[in-house]
Unconditional design. Structure first.
Length: 334
């Protein structure tokens, strides 16, 4: 089960107490020991953190709890990962440290930097790796807020990204997001993260080679360097290919330089199949978009790579026992 460091809830006591909540009760319900909160040497499950944040937001009636929590955190919550990143030579180097070593903070999350069709832009993506997570809008907004604070630590306090991509509907006025992230917010996105100027990645940092090398050597001793299973990588690729209609085994196998039959054999050795992965990704995305967004069913069908909305309806009945409209109505927060 994926875990996260206790520093992920730094500021939780202060924020929830100020809002009049019974903080200890919230933590106990989520299965978190109060003494673990804010302690880098302690762990609790990522799902427990999600439950604590969602319950606190619901109990206090504060829709922007995750963003409030982010204001109480910064690069220091990452411990040695943050030190290794801020002692590199450029922002791009720092982000590569996060890509390679963030699992020392939590194996449940990762970041990835990708170039966009416009060569002047890059996309910094935040990804949650645990399958079938519960609703986690507060945790997502907290994570994006912390990511922005880390970027401002590296690039200066006035740094502003071009856009922020949020994978759910807004939890309050759009103007609040403009103020919080200092850029255009885009909601109900398939990816979470920020669009940046590619030139920002080349910005220099104050390097400290001695401290950097010491932190990297330490991190190499504490993280799991085993390659991820092929099924996980296929799943990630399928998520990207579905809206294009190109999520076929032939296209996917080509991306891994494998013959389709070889890909099927290797997936079978891991206890799954390409069809199972496609179906699982579609179900997960459908649950998210029906539960957390107002995306139209026509648009949802397209995002899942279905040719017609009727195919989506049949799939929902197979997965959930009801059609998409009834599922959305039954699972919306009161």
């Amino acid at each position: 089960m994926s875990v996260i460091r206790g520093t992920s809830l730094t500021g939780f006591f202060e924020e929830t107490t100020a809002l009049g909540a019974d903080t200890d009760a919230l933590l106990r319900t989520a299965g978190i020991r109060p003494e673990d909160v804010g302690n880098f040497e302690s762990f609790f499950t990522y799902v427990a953190m999600i439950h604590a944040l969602e319950a606190a937001a619901q109990r206090t009636g504060v829709a922007d709890l995750g963003r409030r929590m982010a204001r109480r955190q910064g690069i220091e919550i990452l411990g040695p990962v943050g030190v290794a990143a801020r002692t590199t030579r450029t922002v791009a180097d720092a982000l590569r440290i996060f890509e390679n070593y963030l699992s020392a903070y939590s194996p449940a999350i990762t970041i990835e930097v990708n170039r966009l069709p416009n060569p002047e832009w890059a996309f910094l993506e935040f990804r949650l790796l645990i399958p079938d997570p519960p609703p986690h809008r507060q945790a997502m907004e907290m994570s994006l807020g912390v990511a922005l604070r880390v970027l401002r630590f590296l690039l200066g306090s006035t740094f502003a990204p071009l856009t922020v991509h949020i994978p759910h509907e807004p939890l309050g006025p759009r103007e609040d997001y403009l103020h919080e992230f200092s850029c255009t917010p885009r909601f109900s996105e398939s990816r979470a993260g920020f669009t940046l100027l590619a030139s920002d990645l080349a910005r220099p940092l104050v390097a400290d080679d001695t401290a950097h090398l010491a932190m990297v050597r330490y991190l190499d001793t504490v993280i799991d360097r085993q390659d991820r299973r092929l099924a996980g990588s296929v799943r990630d690729l399928v998520r990207q290919l579905l809206p294009t209609g190109a999520a076929t085994i032939e296209v996917t196998a080509r991306q891994f330089h494998l013959h389709p039959k070889t890909l099927q054999r290797r997936l079978a050795a891991e206890g799954t199949s390409f069809a199972d992965i496609i179906d699982g990704v579609r179900r997960e995305l459908t649950e998210h978009w029906l539960r957390d967004t107002d995306m139209t069913l026509t648009h949802l069908a397209h995002e899942l790579g279905y040719s017609e909305q009727s195919v989506l309806t049949r799939a929902c009945r197979r997965w959930f026992g009801v059609g998409p409209t009834r599922y959305r109505a039954a699972h919306r927060d009161v």
